[in-house]
Design a protein around this ligand. Structure first.
Ligand SMILES: [Zn+2]
Length: 69
């Protein structure tokens, strides 16, 4: 069995979006925002939750872009 490169690329894409948005949100003092999904063009909802500001991210465009830090 070999690993599937496309799956790895997807994980890196999600992580990259996560980290960039989180840094931007912290810098702007925002705890939630909605941006255009880079994968499907849908609405990507992001929120920083709790004192530790864990990032939650979910797309409502149905592309499966989501993450919970
Ligand atoms: Zn999407």
């Amino acid at each position: 069995m070999t690993e599937i490169p496309e799956a790895h690329a997807n994980i890196f894409e999600v992580l990259l979006v996560c980290l960039m948005q989180k840094a931007d949100m912290v810098a702007a003092g925002e705890d939630r925002r909605t941006v255009e999904c880079s994968r499907c063009g849908g609405q990507l909802h992001l929120a920083l939750v709790g004192a530790r500001k864990h990032l939650r991210m979910a797309c409502d465009g149905g592309c499966g872009m989501e993450a919970m830090e």
